[in-house]
Design a protein around this ligand. Structure first.
Ligand code: CMP
Length: 835
């Protein structure tokens, strides 16, 4: 009975709070007060009401925040959500300032707050020992900018500012928790700071901090792998992320005694960045909503409970110390933001943080849930516990009500609420294209005869005016803010964005593999960065080739190691398959950009010369891609046919899914039936996604031998015998097969592809020949025992067969005709070389 009663109370309390939160949320849409701030105010009002009229709101005021609940439930939720949605790449670019503020900055802030509080309170005759003052400093140094960040999102402030503020808060939460734990230990146990305790503290700090990262990282990695195996099942996939969030915290804290927050940060960042692609397409959306909602619940409960906890009498009785604490906080924040950020900005590779951002970082450094959670979880035997709780509540309340309510004004005042130029231009162009499209469709609509002439005319006028207005705004931006160069760069960025959307689509549809997709996106990101730093775009493709070079180096090494050459061979075949996929994506991406350029041209929103250069560039890329596709299709017809077959099957299946979903929506197909059907199709789709048909790239040796002129006399059933002696080798475009002047023990037959023979004399290189399927090379070194006379490279993907000296000798013995043929060719080639 007792238990049921208790549960009933909890359910009643939580639902009441959620209901209030929903009401507050509806209300914030009307008034200009951040949600969290309003929650606290409402909480305070509720408490006041329940104190004045105890019968009115029974139980609400007694609803306590348990620190365990905050630490183990709310905290992982909020931190995971924030880390998961933080752009890991952006964070990476800003890691310098973020970590400086979050670690040394937090330590400095701890000392400044602690020092000031200790000194000033001693003047008031209140004794807060220095070590306890430091603990208070650590608790109050963690920033909690939920309301600020949601304001940023609403106002559309620059991405970098959001990353700086959110990133700092994410990491300083961890630092603060770890530091506070260490200090609590010192304060409660020995009460004094000595060299020994400080040194211990520093060591523990690093172990706990980094240990958390490792634990979270590993768990996210495992979760990512498992997620990759689950297909399109929201319940399982969301559950896995939830388990990851709470379990990484728990495992880190309870099993390894390292920082749970760091573990959750690592898990969230890793899963949000690398792992996001492992989550099925349809689930990704659900998942974001799910976490958004969970974070809403956590925030709503925390801030309402904070409000309910504010005891104004107590606050008032400690007002002098609260004042000191607030002053100390402001001074330390000033020192940290304005002192540290300019210093980090001078480090190599760090982009300086502009002053306007620093103002926002200073004023937007609110305090919130973390500080409360830590202070509430201080052990009961700590004598200053109650005082500290009051002080922290006072400080949190101050930051929520003063900076919290004025930050929007500051953001606007500093002009940070204007969306960045590229976004505004893109938006106008998007609108323009849509409106133009509507206008073009109008005659067709009017033709139906359903509209009266006058309405039709009005509509036409309205649309034309609307379009002109967009043109006009575009012209205005162009005249006021855009110079020619910027406009060119913006156009390229738009083109990249279009390309990216195509790749995302191709990946989501399973037309390209995760690996290719990642590569393409990485390449694009690289290009975008290059544009931002105004480098040449033509040069940026090279990084892939340099990676390929490294890979080829290792593959060539593998070739020499027994047992590994098969691995190398498989990897090369896979290269050809992935090059094909890449060309396929490039082809579609550039086609789509070309179409976009045409649309923009129709709108006259691009200056002619910019449009022409961009068009020409994409045309060139498109042609290259098409050529690559054609080439591979020529070299490996079976492979391409099977690939296209697979593609076709996939399109058919996707079309089926679409129709089934439509029928379900209109109610012509019962839901369970539709679900079973779709599940079945998804299964087939996932099967199509998995099989990489590199086997199609392999050429049967017997088939090859038939093409080689000097095997013409060999009876077909003996082909197998010779074929068994040959080793299949594959080379990607540009791969070196034979290097001039090296030792050579084998010759090659070309099954597929084209190779080029070239020779370097006195530093001058000249091409000697181009060889194709059915021809051979590398015989000279074998026949004459000399070093290789020339370098041979594959100029298309190619499949070769390699024949070793001993095996060749055997074959020659059996088929003397071959020897003559080889010698003859060798002599001719030699003559040509000399000539
Ligand atoms: P080898 O010297 O073993 O290695 C380089 C190979 O390039 C050589 O054998 C020939 O097979 C080939 N080669 C050299 N010169 C020519 C040429 N003029 N035409 C065609 N192939 C050649």
């Amino acid at each position: 009975m007792e238990e049921a009663h208790h549960i009933g109370e909890v359910v009643g309390g939580v639902t009441a709070l959620l209901l209030i939160a929903a009401g507050v949320l509806a209300f914030t849409k009307k008034v200009k007060v951040p949600f969290t701030v309003l929650l606290v105010i409402v909480g305070m009002i509720l408490r006041a009401i329940s104190e004045a009229y105890p019968h009115l709101l029974p139980g609400i005021a007694e609803f306590e925040i348990s620190p365990g609940l905050i630490l183990f439930v709310f905290l992982p939720t909020l931190i995971f959500e924030s880390a998961f949605n933080l752009d890991a790449r952006h964070l990476g670019h800003n890691l310098g300032p973020v970590l400086t503020l979050a670690v040394p900055g937090l330590l400095a802030s701890t000392f400044v707050i602690g020092g000031i509080v200790w000194f000033l309170t001693s003047l008031l005759d209140v004794t807060i020992p220095f070590s306890s003052a430091l603990l208070l400093g650590a608790i109050l140094s963690a920033t909690d900018p939920v309301s600020v960040v949601s304001l940023f999102k609403k106002l559309g402030v620059p991405e970098r500012l959001t990353i700086l503020v959110e990133g700092e808060s994410l990491f300083n939460d961890a630092t603060s928790i770890v530091l506070a734990a260490i200090l609590t230990d010192i304060v409660v146990k020995s009460g004094a700071l000595t060299a020994g305790t400080v040194l211990d503290g520093v060591t523990t700090f690093f172990i706990v901090f980094l240990g958390g990262l490792v634990v979270g990282g590993l768990m996210a990695y495992v979760a990512g792998i498992v997620l990759g195996k689950v297909e399109e099942d929201p319940s399982i996939e969301i559950t896995l992320t939830t388990v990851l969030a709470y379990l990484s915290f728990f495992v880190a804290e309870a099993i390894f005694h390292v920082s749970g927050v760091m573990a959750v940060i690592a898990a969230g960042l890793l899963l949000g960045g690398w792992g996001r692609m492992k989550i099925s397409v349809k689930v990704r959306n659900y998942l974001e909503h799910f976490w958004e909602y969970i974070a809403f619940v956590a925030n709503a409960l925390i801030f309402l409970l904070v409000g309910l906890r504010v005891d104004l009498h107590e606050l008032w009785s400690a007002i002098a110390i609260v004042g000191i604490v607030i002053l100390a906080m402001l001074i330390s924040r000033t020192g940290v933001v304005y002192g540290l950020t300019p210093i980090v900005g001078r480090l190599p590779g760090v982009e300086p943080v502009e002053t306007r951002y620093q103002h926002i970082m200073f004023w937007g450094g609110l305090r919130g849930a973390i500080a409360l959670a830590i202070v509430l979880s201080l052990p009961e035997e700590f004598a200053l516990r109650e005082l500290f709780i009051t002080l922290v509540i006072g400080a949190v309340l101050f930051t929520l009500l003063v900076p919290g309510l004025t930050i929007e004004f500051l953001v606007r005042k500093l002009g940070l609420d204007v969306a960045p130029l590229p976004d505004r231009v893109a938006r106008l162009e998007g609108e323009g294209v849509a409106k133009q499209h509507a206008l073009d469709r109008l005659p067709e609509l009017l033709k139906g005869g359903l509209f009266s002439m006058s309405v039709g005319k009005e509509l036409q006028e309205y649309c034309t005016e609307d379009l002109e207005e967009t043109h006009h705004q575009m012209e205005k931006i162009r005249a006021q803010e855009l110079d020619h160069e910027t406009e060119g760069q913006l156009a390229i960025l738009r083109a990249f964005a279009e390309e990216k959307s195509v790749y995302i689509h191709l990946f989501n549809e399973g037309q390209i593999s995760e690996r290719t997709f990642r590569d393409m996106i990485a390449e694009l990101t690289f290009q975008v960065d290059a544009i931002r730093h105004t480098e040449q775009i033509e040069n940026v493709h090279s990084h892939r080739f340099s990676r390929r070079r490294v890979e080829n180096f290792f593959l060539n090494l593998f070739d020499r190691l027994p047992g590994l050459s098969r691995v190398a061979e498989r990897a090369r075949l896979a290269h050809i398959a992935s090059d094909y996929e890449r060309a396929w994506a490039h082809c579609q991406g550039s086609a789509s950009v070309l179409e976009m350029i045409d649309n923009l041209a129709q709108m006259e929103s691009l200056p002619d010369d910019i449009r022409d250069t961009l068009h020409a560039r994409y045309e060139r890329w498109h042609e290259t891609a098409v050529r690559q596709l054609d080439q591979t299709a020529g070299q490996y017809p079976e492979f391409v046919a099977s690939l296209q077959g697979r593609q076709g099957r996939r399109i058919v299946l996707l079309a089926q899914v679409e129709t089934i979903e439509e029928q379900e929506e209109y109610g012509t197909l019962p839901r369970p039936v539709a679900e079973t059907l779709i599940e079945d199709i998804n299964h087939q789709l996932s099967h199509l996604r998995r099989s990489v048909e590199v086997s199609q790239l392999r050429v049967e040796p017997t088939e090859l031998l038939r093409k080689v002129p000097f095997f013409q006399g060999v009876p077909p059933d003996e082909f197998t015998d010779i074929a068994n002696k040959m080793r299949s080798r594959t080379f990607t475009e540009g791969g070196t097969i034979i290097q001039q002047d090296t030792k050579g023990d084998s010759m090659f037959l070309i099954a597929r592809g084209v190779v080029r023979v070239s020779r370097e004399d006195d530093g001058v290189s000249r091409d000697l020949a181009t060889l194709m399927a059915g021809e051979f090379f590398g015989e000279m070194a074998l026949l004459h025992g000399e070093p290789r006379t020339a370098t041979v490279r594959s100029i298309t993907p190619s499949s070769l067969y390699e024949l070793n000296r001993d095996d060749l000798d055997e074959v020659i013995e059996k088929y003397p005709d071959m020897q003559a043929a080889l010698h003859q060719a060798s002599e001719e080639r030699k003559a040509q070389m000399a000539g």
